[in-house]
Design a protein around this ligand. Structure first.
Ligand code: AMP
Ligand code: MG
Length: 326
C-alpha cells in the first residue's frame, strides 16, 4: 500500500473528521460529562460520536471489512441515557448531516468483537481520562492483515506539533504504512514529515514516557528501572497512544508499560496498541512485551499472549528488557 491507497485516504479522512468532532465537544465543555461503563472505565459522547463517524466512513468504502472497536450502543440505548444519545446525535450531525439516532447507533454497531483475516482496530478515543482532564488523547485506527499490522493512523488533537516547542502549535496526525515509514502531519494534513526514533545509545542519556494513570502502569517499578539505567531525566507522563508518537519522533527514547501492581495480570486491548505500534516500528523502533515477545494481534480483542509493552528506539531494547529482569 502507499499514501494514495484507498485505505489510507479513507482512514485519514475518517480520523480527521472524528478528531474535529472530539475537539468541538471538548471546547463546548460537553466533553466534561462522562459516565462509567460496566468495566468501570469512563466514556463520553465524544467516544461514541467518534466511533460512529469512523465506522460509517470505513464501512462505506470497505463494506466487507471487519472493524473491531471499543464501544457499542448498548448503554446509549437505555432509556436513562436518552439525553446522552441525543447529544451524540446532535454532534455527529454537525459532520454528517441528517443522521438519526438510530443510524448513529447502527454505525457504532458496525463494530465486531471477532477478528478476521483482514480487520481494522479502532479506539475512537484512547485516553478518555486524558480527554476529560484536557490533556492528551488519541483517535487510533489500524489495519491488520493476516496478523500483520499494515497501516496505522493516529490523530492527537491536543499534542504539540514540534517536540522542541511544547507550548507551540497543537494537533498532530500520525500515519504509518508497512515498509514505507512513519509520518507526522499537522491535524489539517499539511507539513508532512518522515519520523525517526532517537539515536541515543547510552541509557544514561535516555528519556522515557509512561502513562499518567497509576492504575494503568507501575510507576514505581519504572522509577527503579530508570535508576538502574542511570536515567536522570524525569519521565514524560502522557495519556493515550500519543506515547508511541513521542517515541516515533525521537522525543522520548522509550515507552514503558509494565502492568500496574494493582492489576498485574491485566491484558492489553488490541485497539490500545495497534496503531501506535506500527507508527513506532516504521519510525525505526522496536516493540515487544515486557518478556521480549512480539505483540500478538491474532488472538482476539485481548492480547492474551502478552504482558505489558516495551517500545524503544531499537538500540536500547535489549538493555531495557534485561533491566526489567531485576
Ligand atoms: P494510557 O492512557 O496509556 O494510560 O492508556 C489508556 C488505556 O489504558 C485505556 O484505553 C484502557 O483501555 C487501558 N487500561 C484500562 N485499565 C488498564 C489497566 N489496568 N492496565 C493497563 N491499561 C489499562
Ligand atoms: Mg484506549
Amino acid at each position: 500500500m502507499n499514501e494514495n491507497s484507498l485505505e489510507v485516504v479513507a482512514a485519514l479522512q475518517a480520523i480527521t473528521i472524528a478528531s474535529a468532532l472530539c475537539e468541538k465537544i471538548r471546547k463546548d465543555l460537553a466533553g466534561r460529562e462522562s459516565f462509567l461503563k460496566s468495566d468501570r472505565s469512563p466514556v463520553t459522547i465524544a467516544d461514541y460520536g467518534s466511533q460512529a463517524i469512523i465506522c460509517k466512513l470505513i464501512k462505506e468504502k470497505f463494506p466487507h471489512d471487519i472493524i473491531v472497536a471499543e464501544e457499542d450502543s448498548a448503554e446509549l440505548k437505555k432509556p436513562s441515557r436518552s439525553r446522552i444519545l441525543d447529544q451524540v446525535t446532535h454532534y455527529v450531525n454537525g459532520f454528517v448531516q441528517g443522521a438519526s439516532s438510530k443510524e448513529v447507533c447502527s454505525w457504532m454497531d458496525f463494530s465486531s468483537h471477532f477478528i478476521a483475516d483482514r480487520f481494522w482496530a479502532l479506539d475512537p478515543i484512547d485516553g478518555t481520562k486524558g480527554f476529560l482532564r484536557g490533556d492528551q488523547y488519541a483517535i487510533a485506527l489500524a489495519l491488520i492483515e493476516k496478523g500483520v499490522l499494515t497501516l496505522g493512523f493516529m490523530a492527537c488533537p491536543n499534542l504539540y506539533v514540534d517536540k522542541d516547542q511544547p507550548n507551540g502549535k497543537k494537533g498532530c496526525l500520525f500515519l504509518a504504512i508497512r515498509g514505507r515509514g512513519s509520518f507526522q502531519m499537522d491535524i489539517d494534513g499539511g507539513d508532512r514529515r518522515a519520523l525517526s526514533v532517537s539515536t541515543v545509545e547510552n541509557p544514561s542519556e535516555a528519556s522515557f514516557t509512561e502513562s499518567v494513570e497509576s492504575d494503568h502502569t507501575d510507576h514505581l517499578l519504572h522509577q527503579h528501572l530508570a535508576q538502574k539505567l542511570n536515567i536522570t531525566r524525569p519521565s514524560l507522563r502522557m495519556d493515550s497512544q500519543a506515547k508511541y508518537g513521542i517515541v516515533a519522533r525521537g522525543e522520548a527514547t522509550f515507552y514503558l508499560r509494565v502492568p500496574s501492581s494493582s492489576e498485574p495480570d491485566y491484558r492489553e486491548n488490541i485497539w490500545d496498541h495497534a496503531a501506535g505500534s506500527i507508527i513506532a516500528e516504521e519510525a525505526g523502533g522496536r516493540i515487544t512485551d515486557t518478556f521480549g515477545q512480539p505483540l500478538d494481534f491474532t488472538s482476539g480483542i485481548k492480547m492474551k499472549k502478552n504482558h505489558g509493552v516495551v517500545v524503544t528506539n531499537g538500540i536500547l531494547h535489549d538493555i531495557v528488557l534485561e533491566a526489567l529482569k531485576m
